[in-house]
Design a binder for this molecule. Structure first.
Ligand SMILES: Nc1ncnc2c1ncn2[C@@H]1O[C@H](COP(=O)(O)OP(=O)(O)O)[C@@H](O)[C@H]1O
Ligand SMILES: [Mg+2]
Length: 244
């Protein structure tokens, strides 16, 4: 079973009177547990839209979306929030750190309970990312690369099944970038499905598979030799079994 899967997903944005923008055009995409996929493509090709739809931050206009084999195409706001919290880590391109919280508080933020334990784990994660001496710094006191590492640490605090990252090495020097990618590799070996949108050739080196988006059309979205047509019974069965 795939950790995350899109079947025939189209995403259209209203064009304000003009033609609607087709940001994703009949996309089939699937990531196995423990697989690291890099998504490349020019600016405007739909990369962020793809991540947002995968991460339940945005809904497809058409098609099906599955998380761990369960259909999550349309969810209520409450269901969506719960599923995101349970299953998804998201690293935003512009970090989305809260300016009045310290590094350790930002990382612990997605945890709903046991704040004491959460700040210990947040401190451990930050230490692993080389920020053990920056735990109590606020974002304004951190460099771009340091903020990026805080954002990545925060994405891992709930031990997600799926890790989605928009240009995760965009602000990092090569050495720091490599340490982040090594961390992604470790996370992946624990069975997490990792998807990174990137222009960085280094990310492509670490990825198991590189897929390309052009004008919303994705090539190579499903693991080789594993192509399933959109209407297989598998997703319907899983959804019917209600195994969420
Ligand atoms: N909220 C939105 N409303 C209207 N059009 C959008 C919106 N978000 C993205 N788009 C359009 O969808 C296309 C894909 O955008 P995006 O996913 O951000 O691409 P990328 O991340 O590859 O640069 C672009 O043409 C963009 O202008
Ligand atoms: Mg983008």
């Amino acid at each position: 079973m795939y950790s995350v899967e899109l079947r025939g997903v189209t995403k259209r944005y209203p064009g304000g009177g003009a033609e609607p923008v087709v940001a994703l055009d009949d996309v089939g995409f699937a990531v196995e547990p423990g697989e690291f996929v890099a998504v490349v493509g020019p600016s405007g090709s739909g990369k962020s839209t793809l991540l947002n739809v995968l991460g339940l931050l945005d809904d497809p206009t058409a098609g099906q979306r599955l998380l761990d084999g369960t259909d999550v195409t349309d969810l209520s706001v409450a269901e969506r929030t719960a599923a995101r919290k349970r299953s998804i880590g998201f690293v935003f391109q512009d970090f989305h750190l809260l300016p009045t919280l310290t590094a350790v508080e930002n990382v612990a933020l997605p945890t709903a309970f046991d704040p004491g334990d959460a700040s210990d784990r947040a401190a451990d994660l930050l230490t692993r990312f080389g920020l053990g001496d920056r735990l109590d710094h606020e974002p304004s006191e951190l460099s771009g690369g340091q903020k990026q590492r805080v954002a990545i640490a925060r994405s891992l605090i709930n031990e997600p099944a799926v890790l989605l990252a928009d240009e995760p090495t965009g602000n990092l020097d090569t050495e720091t970038g490599e340490s982040i990618l090594a961390e992604f590799e470790r996370v992946k070996e624990e069975g997490v499905a990792v998807v990174a949108v990137t222009h960085d050739p280094l990310v492509k080196e670490y990825a198991d598979r590189v897929v390309e988006l052009t004008d919303g059309v994705l090539v190579g979205g499903v693991p080789a030799g594993d192509e399933t047509p959109p209407e297989t019974a598998r997703g319907a069965e899983a959804a019917a079994a209600g195994d969420r």
